[in-house]
Design a protein around this ligand. Structure first.
Ligand code: ADP
Ligand code: ADP
Ligand code: MG
Length: 460
């Protein structure tokens, strides 16, 4: 096992990883943008190195400084977390070159699966269903028009390098196509440095179902069941649950086997997630593979009893998985609510600023992965995720009741958060009946209608 690990990230995921280090007896090294000096991950780690001041948004992307901090501290591995450098094959390759273990897949596997258009092409050859569309980046508006006519409107224009719901535009009719191509391309170009886009049929109100996979360096791959991440705003997940209300044992087996095949086809190692869309007729389609730990990994940990971050360390150190697919069991029901510093009643506008009051929920079956506290100044330069509330109970109705209770205890003063929206989701008849899909928030009238219960403490 490693002696010392550098965590190339910040916020809740940095703390999550440091916790795993501590349990494994591994020394942890934090890095931080100077503007982030007071952030909790800096205090929580055994050592911390500054990435400098003046460019807080770019600091966590600074590969030379990251590697220098690893060398200086004597870290023998780097955990990238999610976002930032986590899916950057060049960073993985630099780590490999410096003989620092990158806790994730190899640069080569990442390269094979990371870009969406070539990944789709690979899936088609593998016989895994993909949403109808192109199998490569489109070269011209004329080509795009041809494809869109063939598959039928509405279509999505998607950035091949996209992530986090960015670089995606809908075209409902031919006259919207050129603008969609332009906007998706521009957004992806400025965010990801790659303006390439491809076309997919826009499925109406599908579910987003993803499978967690774990792969060791000895050719052994298992899946840990599914997460249903259908509740989204602007194509970004906000609430996730495991298992999915739409799942059957037969479909789980089939999709799980597909996910394992996807991982094996690129020689994938470590933890990864294969994302699918599921339509109303039970057909599933490969969407993308996220070659990293995901935000919502805890719900899988809770229903399987497997600590995914600990597994990442074990697998990166070359240890075998040590269990078979049949030994992975899903027990009970888990839900995660993402608590973002955003105003859900004002188009999810970011709500940075000082937290004047803070109390986290607790009690049976409740886990909070966060990093904020009273007096903390939520910065404006980063992802707005403050904390994740994860609950477990024996079945879905009980898990919903438990989450409702936990959110009632949660106090965050001074800034707006997504807590009131989560309460409305949990109270809605459609959610309670498991009638969810990726259009749920936009179509359900839940956004922009303040609940009379919003902001109360410990109600009901
Ligand atoms: P998950 O699939 O884990 O839910 P999200 O899509 O919510 O992941 O993204 C997690 C974080 O990673 C977010 O901060 C998001 O902005 C960031 N992210 C995801 N993909 C990329 C990417 N290709 N480039 C930069 N940041 C990304
Ligand atoms: P990202 O890399 O940003 O996570 P994804 O390809 O995973 O992008 O898609 C993000 C979300 O966008 C999906 O969860 C879904 O809600 C929506 N989406 C993507 N592709 C389609 C599609 N072809 N039809 C309908 N919705 C889609
Ligand atoms: Mg995705």
């Amino acid at each position: 096992m490693f002696a010392k690990v550098l965590i190339a990230n910040r916020g809740e995921i940095a703390i999550r990883i440091i916790r795993a280090c501590r349990e494994l007896g591994i020394k942890s090294v934090a890095i931080y943008a100077e503007e982030d000096r007071d952030s909790l991950h800096v205090k929580y780690a055994d050592e911390a190195y500054s990435l400098g001041a003046g460019n807080p948004a770019k600091a966590y992307l600074d590969i030379p400084r990251m590697v220098a901090a690893a060398a200086k501290s004597g870290a023998d591995a780097i955990h990238p977390g999610y976002g930032f450098l986590s899916e950057n094959p060049f960073f993985a390759a630099v780590c490999e070159a410096w003989k620092i273990t990158f806790i994730g897949p190899t640069a080569l596997a990442m390269q094979k699966i990371g870009e969406k258009a070539p990944a789709r092409n690979r899936m088609i050859r593998l016989g895994v269903p993909v949403v109808p569309g192109t199998d490569r980046v489109v070269e011209s508006p004329a080509e795009a028009r041809e494809v869109a006519e063939r598959i039928g409107y509405p279509v999505l224009v998607k950035a091949t390098a996209g992530g986090g719901g960015r670089g995606i535009r809908v075209a409902n009719a031919p006259e919207e196509l050129v603008a969609a191509l332009q906007k998706a391309g521009e957004e992806a170009g400025s965010l990801f440095g790659n303006a390439g886009v491809y076309i997919e049929k826009y499925l109406v109100a599908p579910r987003h179902i993803e499978f967690q996979v774990l792969a060791d360096h000895h050719g052994h791959v298992v899946h840990l069941g599914e997460r249903d991440s259908s509740i989204q705003r602007r194509r970004q997940k906000i609430l996730e649950e495991s298992p999915s209300p739409a799942m059957t044992p037969a479909l789980r087996q089939e999709m799980g086997e597909a996910a394992v095949r996807v991982a094996k086809s690129v020689g994938y190692t470590n933890a990864g997630t294969v994302e699918f869309l599921l339509d109303n007729d039970g057909h599933y389609y490969f969407l993308e593979m996220n070659a990293r730990i995901q935000v919502e990994h805890p719900i899988t940990e809770v229903v399987t009893g497997i600590d995914i971050v600990r597994e990442q360390f074990r697998l990166a150190a070359g240890e075998p998985l040590g269990y078979q697919q049949g030994e992975v069991e899903l027990t009970g029901w888990a839900i995660e609510c993402r608590i973002n510093a955003e105003d859900p009643d004002n188009d999810f506008r970011p709500s940075p600023g000082r937290i004047t009051d803070y109390r986290e929920p607790g009690g049976p079956g409740v886990r909070v992965d966060g990093y904020a506290g009273r007096g903390y100044e939520v910065p404006a330069f980063y992802d707005s995720l403050l904390a994740k509330v994860i609950v477990w109970d024996r079945d879905r109705p009980r898990a919903i009741a438990r989450m409702r209770r936990a959110l009632g205890e949660y106090v965050v003063g001074g800034i707006k958060t997504t807590i009131p929206l989560h309460k409305r989701i949990l109270d809605s008849a459609d959610f309670r009946a498991g009638r969810t899909n990726t259009g749920f928030l936009e179509s359900g009238g839940l956004v922009g209608s303040p609940s009379p219960l919003a902001g109360q403490v410990g109600e009901r």
